[in-house]
Design a protein around this ligand. Structure first.
Ligand SMILES: [Zn+2]
Length: 136
């Protein structure tokens, strides 16, 4: 883990300790919360590798502006799982709306249920579309 570039070892240790205890709180907020820890230290001297890796920013997800909800749905069937679920289901099917990224996951006892689940899902989407747009 990265270390601070300060000569005040005990204050450094305390800052690191609080940083970790508070779930890797940013050093700027830590300075506001516990200003006495930073009397001879600057929050910019501290660089935490864990924070840099886990809190790194990524390119924001771009919604497809050309589509409306439920226009394109992706589906995937997965299974059989290594462990059975509590209600004896081994297979999964997911439906993802391309526009909103809303995801539905259904569990199945066997892969043969895909057809009926797809019909149920289609009926549900048609009902929701009717509610929002007033047409099918
Ligand atoms: Zn951290």
């Amino acid at each position: 883990m990265a270390q601070a570039f300060s000569t005040n070892k005990s204050a450094d240790s305390e800052v690191w300790l609080w940083h970790k205890h508070l779930g890797h709180l940013s050093f700027g907020y830590l300075k506001k919360l516990l200003p006495k820890l930073f009397i001879k230290l600057s929050n910019s001297d501290f660089k935490c590798e864990v924070c840099e890796l886990t809190k790194s920013h990524r390119v924001p997800f771009q919604m497809n502006k050309n589509l409306t909800p439920f226009m394109v749905i992706y589906s995937d069937v997965w299974g059989p799982a290594n462990n059975v679920s509590l209600n004896d289901k081994w297979w999964f099917i997911s439906f993802i709306d391309d526009h909103t990224r809303v995801t539905w996951i259904c569990l199945m006892k066997s892969k043969s249920e895909v057809g009926s689940l797809f019909k149920q899902f289609h009926k549900m989407i048609a009902t929701i579309s009717l509610y929002y747009t007033g047409s099918t």
